[in-house]
Design a protein around this ligand. Structure first.
Ligand code: GDP
Ligand code: MG
Length: 216
């Protein structure tokens, strides 16, 4: 008897993620999976990003993952065309089956972007493809300038990296050269967007990257 549970779980997840991506491709929806520690500013980033894209006629839907509560969904309700909350009830990451279930309830016609806010966790979400087109690994200055090195499994596969809360750089003596030195060893391909969701500094480059990805 051969038992290989972990492998089977990941293979099943990958297969479901591929189906999700195909569904999104067919609908012309470009999907971003946002991963970070709790409190980095994932929901705040979406609160600023979605209306800015909407002003340009680009429509977004959101899937929000949380262990409990619908608080993030409430914050984003009214900004996106639709917001779907997934409560994992203790689960430390979203998986492709949960996203498939959410997609089954969504009308993707006329949409440009699907933003997925993953569970706040710098370890578990890294191993699970959800069917996204790009993975964004986010961090923020209050977390300290050593986090990319410590949680390299999150930053290594990222297609883009967001450093948020740069308005606090001086107050926190955040040394971004340490971050960039670490990223040279971990991921040199991903663009790094240094921004502040509070002041809006750096936001244009982030929006420009998103805009360039939606090509239909
Ligand atoms: N100073 C500052 N605070 C921010 C910024 N972005 C988010 N925050 C705050 O950080 C806290 C956590 O943000 P939230 O979006 O809920 O983080 P999430 O857990 O990653 O979704 C909130 O109090 C936000 O107001 C920023 O750019 N600068
Ligand atoms: Mg949040």
């Amino acid at each position: 008897m051969k038992i290989n549970v972990v492998k089977n779980v990941l293979e099943a997840n990958d297969a479901r993620a591929t189906e999700n991506r195909k569904k999104l491709d067919d609908a012309g929806v470009w999907c971003v999976n946002i991963t970070s520690a709790p409190g980095s500013g994932k929901t705040t980033l979406l609160e600023k990003t979605i209306p800015a894209l909407n002003d340009e006629g680009l429509k977004s839907t959101v899937i929000v993952g949380d262990l409990q509560t619908t608080r993030d969904a409430e914050r984003l309700g009214g900004l996106a065309v639709e917001v779907t909350q997934i409560n994992t009830e203790g689960g430390c990451h979203l998986n492709a089956s949960q996203v498939a279930a959410a997609l089954a309830g969504l009308d993707l016609r006329g949409l440009d972007y699907l933003f997925i806010e993953n569970i706040g966790n710098m370890v578990c979400p890294a191993g699970f493809d959800l069917g996204e087109h790009a993975r964004v690994a986010m961090l923020s200055t209050p977390e300290g300038d050593d986090k990319a090195a410590k949680y390299n499994t999150l930053f290594q596969p990222a297609d883009a990296i967001v450093l948020n809360k740069i308005d606090l750089t001086e107050a926190l003596s955040y040394d971004k050269t340490r971050l960039f030195d670490d990223l040279k060893k971990i991921n040199t391909a991903a663009p790094v967007f240094e921004l502040s969701c509070r002041t809006g500094e750096g936001f244009d480059a982030w929006l420009g990257w998103l805009r360039a990805k939606q090509t239909r």
